[in-house]
Design a protein around this ligand. Structure first.
Ligand code: CA
Ligand code: CA
Ligand code: CA
Length: 219
């Protein structure tokens, strides 16, 4: 009788251990899931924040680059609903009497990433389609011409825009590119959409705009 009691106690202990093990496994699984979910959320938040910072920094740099340029030196000078993905410009260098001496031409332009083609599909395997770079060319067409890549992940079209002859995103421009310049009077508007694939595999797109007042006289 005493032996049966011992056996019963041993069996009960094993059952208890199994229950405890099951509960521990469930709790641990839940904790791991919460930790993993938190990590993914932080990674996604960091990627979104980084994209927003990149857009802001790039626009600030573009604005700084063209500040002091003459309206008449900017080429081309499209007015809404038209826009352009690249401009050349000249900044004031000096004065001779009342006349401004313009410096060497610079250029800002969208350029496809090296292994990407404008064909509606992603060619370089990074998950983006027809994406490009913001390229700054200093001393354009001169022997000391230099190029600086200011940003990557530039969309071929601005966020919300489709190549259909319409203003899909309601900003007054038609089929505007992901980096686009537009002139209204003396004001140069620069818009930019950057895109990347986030840690969850979904696309992150951020868009912003800045404006620069160009100098007069225009030539
Ligand atoms: Ca492509
Ligand atoms: Ca538009
Ligand atoms: Ca459109």
């Amino acid at each position: 009788m005493q032996q049966r009691n011992h056996a019963s106690q041993r069996g009960f202990t094993l059952i208890e251990m199994l229950i405890v093990a099951c509960v521990a496994t469930i709790l641990l699984g839940g904790t791991l899931q919460a930790v993993t979910s938190g990590m993914h959320a932080r990674e996604l938040g960091a990627a979104i924040s980084d994209t927003e910072t990149q857009v802001s920094r790039t626009l600030n740099r573009l604005a700084w680059t063209v500040t002091g340029s003459g309206l008449g030196t900017v080429d081309p000078r499209p007015a809404a609903p038209a826009s352009t993905a690249g401009i050349s410009y000249q900044k004031a260098l000096d004065f001779v009497g009342d006349a401004i001496v313009w410096g060497p031409a610079g250029r800002l332009e969208f350029r496809l990433e090296p292994n990407e083609l404008a064909d509606g599909i992603g060619n370089d395997g990074n998950g983006l389609v027809d994406e490009g770079m913001v390229v700054w060319v200093e001393n354009s067409m001169l022997p000391d011409e230099t190029e600086v890549i200011i940003a990557h992940g530039v969309r071929s079209l601005l966020e919300g825009e489709l190549p259909n002859g319409l203003d899909d995103n309601g900003n007054g421009l038609i089929d505007e590119p992901g980096l686009c310049f537009e002139i209204n009077g003396q004001t140069l508007s620069i818009r930019l959409s950057l895109e990347r694939i986030g840690p969850d595999g979904n696309s992150i797109i951020r868009t912003s705009e800045t404006r620069v007042t160009l100098r007069n006289p225009s030539s």
